[in-house]
Ligand binder design. Structure first.
Ligand code: AR6
Length: 340
């Protein structure tokens, strides 16, 4: 998955480069900076001393020393001063400069902490949004796997704040689903009676024992199999063509790795996971009914009995097809992310 949000300690990430939320001296400090220097050993500080510091919004690169990564990219985030002193642009610049440095060094995997969101006081919900938007923009034109590492989710109140509309939507639709489910059960158990009856549920129908298939039925099955419907990959490729999209635009918008896309392209019977199938529906900006058709090709449905599906439905119903924003919401609600 090109952009993945994970919960981890960044010093444990075995990637090509990790990014350090440093200060302009580059000589170490607290927070993630302190942890990175401790885990890397004294060689890192020695190299940092040769760099002549770093401006806010800029980034510099060193080796990884005892860390499991090849490089550390040190960037200096802005201190939060209320949001009117160019903090957002400076924070965007931290991500952009770091990503370009990583690209120059041919890094394929890079992990970022949530820059400025600790000692520098940038509100975490806004810091997360800037991170996701900026990394997302970069990934539209570059192939790389970027991990956004969230350390202290417990202290992290993004769900309610950023997504109150989604909370409301989930509440409404969960209630509907629950009510429908109760009604269904009542109908099943008590077909003609009032719902307070204590009668037992009817037995499920017995299944007939499997029997050997007669020759003519076998021939019929052969015929049927020849008329098999369009597969998931076939429908996907057709829709990409119909939209006049380039393949790369589609898989990037879907947060899907290029290699996986080529696999899907070359295998007409590829069975994607549900988050992958939905990711393509989002990239293609399909309305709800067409999303459901595409999902059905992969053997999935959208229902109102789980949050994941309701969140997807919420974004589609609002016409918001930004996969990174959807993932931000899915992460806030502890759901699987879209892409692969
Ligand atoms: N792995 C991943 N994320 C972490 C880790 C870790 N091991 N430790 C902390 N975080 P901060 P800033 C998260 O304060 O706000 C330093 O003293 C943390 O939860 O490290 O950019 C520097 O020297 C928070 O969300 O960086 C500077 O003086 C995020 O990393 C100043 O702090 C950033 O918190 C920079 O402040």
């Amino acid at each position: 998955m090109p952009l993945e949000i994970v919960r981890n300690d960044i010093t444990k990430m075995a990637v090509d480069a990790i990014v350090n939320a440093a200060n302009s001296s580059l000589l170490g400090g607290g927070g993630v900076d302190g942890s990175i220097h401790r885990a890397a050993g004294s060689g890192l500080l020695e190299e940092c001393k040769t760099l002549g510091g770093c401006k806010t919004g800029d980034a510099k690169l060193t080796g990884g020393y005892d860390l499991p990564c090849k490089y550390v990219i040190h960037t200096v985030g802005p201190r939060w001063m209320g949001g009117h002193l160019g903090e957002k642009e400076l924070l965007r610049s931290c991500y952009q400069k770091s990503l370009h440095l990583a690209k120059e060094k041919n890094c394929e995997t890079v992990a970022f902490p949530l820059i400025s969101s600790g000692a520098y006081g940038y509100p975490k919900d806004q810091a997360l949004k800037v991170a996701i938007d900026t990394i997302g923009d970069f990934l539209l034109t570059h192939d790389m796997t970027v991990y956004l590492v969230i350390f202290d989710r417990a202290a992290y109140q993004i769900g309610e704040k950023l997504f109150s509309a989604i909370v409301e939507y989930i509440d409404d639709h969960y209630v509907d689903a629950y009510t429908d489910y109760r009604l269904e059960r009542t109908r099943m158990v008590f077909p003609q009676e009032a719902s307070f009856s204590t009668s037992r549920a009817p037995e499920p129908p017995a299944f007939a024992a499997p029997q050997a298939m007669p020759m003519s039925a076998e021939a019929g099955l052969d015929e049927k199999l020849k008329q098999i419907d369009e597969s998931f990959s076939e429908m996907l490729l057709r829709k990409i063509d119909e939209k006049g999209m380039a393949d790369a635009d589609c898989y990037k918008k879907a947060n899907i790795d290029r290699k996986l896309f080529s696999k899907i392209r070359s295998d007409a019977h590829y069975r994607p996971s549900k988050p992958t199938a939905i990711a393509f529906a989002i990239a293609l900006e399909l309305p709800l009914a067409e999303t459901k058709d595409l999902l059905m090709k992969a053997g999935f449905a959208l229902s109102h009995s789980n949050k994941f599906d309701i969140i997807i439905e919420y974004f589609i119903s609002k016409g918001n097809y930004n996969i990174f924003e959807i993932n931000e919401a899915l992460f806030a609600f502890d759901q699987s992310l879209l892409g692969a």
